[in-house]
Design a protein around this ligand. Structure first.
Ligand code: ZN
Length: 459
């Protein structure tokens, strides 16, 4: 099915300043037209899809996921990751370079693209490493990586400690006009901290990870961006001061964009006491005031992008068997026993996010923290711009990447039903409202909620 008429939905397409009831006509996998209800006719033999009660949006795009392929098939593969992405409403995801081997050569980039092509699901946009082996010393051949298909550059997972190396990377990439996504962490300050420095890290008896470990590095890197054309993107910012630093740099002419993850805008640090290693990530969850600032910054446009930082891990990597019975920590409990605290410190960072991101972001829409239009900017239009791909809009002759959601569909997060290979999430059991109904890539349906049973009810 490459040609169809999608009828009766609310079409939200900020790039064309459209938000209202409309029909979408797709011919041979590209957008032919979007027009007022009843104005478009499906060609002979083409299907009509009823989108009544649904929102029709340019396909969601996630510029920050870890698909663990090549290298870690026990956590995720390109096939399982892209199917999970499709189920979450994503039509494209950018896969980070910290695979094994690292994506620092055109061969690995081409491997990722070829594997993705074999999977009938979401598009994969390869992210190239900035430095060879993510070792922070020697730049990769950026032009060769672009030629092979990379559309973003990042050593994510590891900060680029040497500012001279970073300055050279920014200079080269600004000439190629691709962005660098920066994992901002001063490892002298974070010291392998396992939770936000403060009450919760003390309660756990683990090393604290202060906000300063993030902010001193953002301050340094934005200083490099001010006065240059370098497109700098700050990955997963977590705290109020980081938001202020981005505003300041922008006022001073820096070409800076930034992203927030659903866990950082939804959970505060105490979630770690409940979920243990499944709420351990880098940067860690922060405080209530940080959440409020992140929400305001998502609404006012300071934060450009929602990115999941989808980080699948098997139970062993999360040290779950050494932490049996420790979480949730009861109100009266003192700190963790020493061996458990040490197991927690050693547990891998990160959580999965592809199948919960939209539902959590819709939570902000239902609470009127952000508008529906803003959600589409954060999850589609702006990520497309960051990745330099022709997407994030329903414009005439653009590939028909479309996400159809039911904004009122209530559902419960059940990790056992995820298409991802991993289950590490602190959102298990949570009630969400708003879910993907159809994910369409190049005019073909790659996820159809109707064929995945009905674990959800209309409210
Ligand atoms: Zn990171």
């Amino acid at each position: 099915m490459k040609s169809f008429l999608l009828r009766g939905g609310r079409v939200i397409d900020p790039a064309n300043d459209r938000d209202g009831d409309a029909d979408v006509l797709v011919i041979d996998g590209v957008i032919e037209a979007v027009d007022d209800p009843g104005q478009l006719r499906a060609p002979d033999g083409a299907d009509t899809i009823d989108a009544n009660g649904c929102w029709v949006m340019p396909g969601l795009i996630d510029p920050h996921v870890h698909l663990r392929d090549p290298g870690f098939p026990q956590k995720e593969t390109i096939a399982t990751g892209l199917r999970a992405a499709a189920a979450g409403g994503f039509t494209a995801v950018a896969a980070m370079a910290n695979t094994s081997p690292v994506n620092d050569t055109p061969d690995i980039t081409r491997y990722m693209i070829e594997r993705a092509r074999e999977v009938h699901a979401t598009r994969l946009i390869p992210v190239s490493a900035v430095t060879k082996g993510l070792r922070g010393a020697e730049l990769v051949d950026f032009a060769a990586m672009v030629e092979a298909g990379a559309r973003l550059f990042s050593d994510d997972g590891i900060p680029i400690d040497d500012q001279v190396i970073l300055a050279r990377a920014l200079d080269e990439l600004s000439r190629l006009n691709f962005a660098v996504s920066l994992h901002e962490e001063d490892r002298h300050l974070s010291e392998e901290g396992a939770a936000n420095a403060g009450a919760v890290s003390k309660r756990l008896g683990v090393q604290g990870y202060p906000t300063s470990a993030e902010t001193v590095r953002i301050r340094r890197d934005l200083a490099l961006a001010i006065g240059t054309e370098a497109p700098v993107h700050i990955a997963h910012l977590s705290c109020a001061e980081s938001v202020e630093l981005v505003r300041h740099a922008r006022r001073n002419g820096a070409h800076v964009t930034c992203e927030v993850t659903p866990h950082h805008f939804w959970l505060e640090e105490h979630a770690v006491l409940e979920w243990g290693p499944n709420a351990k990530m880098n940067p860690p969850l922060r405080c209530e005031q940080d959440l409020e600032t992140l929400h305001a910054a998502m609404a006012d446009g300071t934060i450009d992008v929602i990115a999941t930082d989808h980080a699948p891990h098997d139970p062993d990597s999360k040290n779950l068997e050494h932490l049996v019975g420790c979480f949730p920590m009861s109100a009266g409990a003192a700190r963790l026993p020493d061996d458990a605290a040490s197991a927690f410190m050693r547990a891998a960072n990160g959580i999965i996010g592809l199948e919960t991101s939209l539902g959590l972001a819709m939570g902000l829409v239902h609470k009127k923290i952000i508008s529906a239009r803003r959600l589409v900017e954060l999850m589609s239009a702006n990520p497309a711009r960051l990745l330099r791909i022709e997407a994030g809009t329903l414009s005439h002759e653009i590939a028909a990447d479309i996400t159809v959601i039911d904004p009122e569909l209530a559902w419960t997060v059940e990790p056992a039903k995820f298409l991802s290979k991993s289950r590490n999430t602190p959102f298990a059991g949570m009630q969400l409202r708003g879910k993907t109904v159809l994910t369409i890539v190049g005019g073909e349906i790659v996820y159809d909620a109707r064929s995945y049973g009905r674990g959800a009810n209309r409210v």
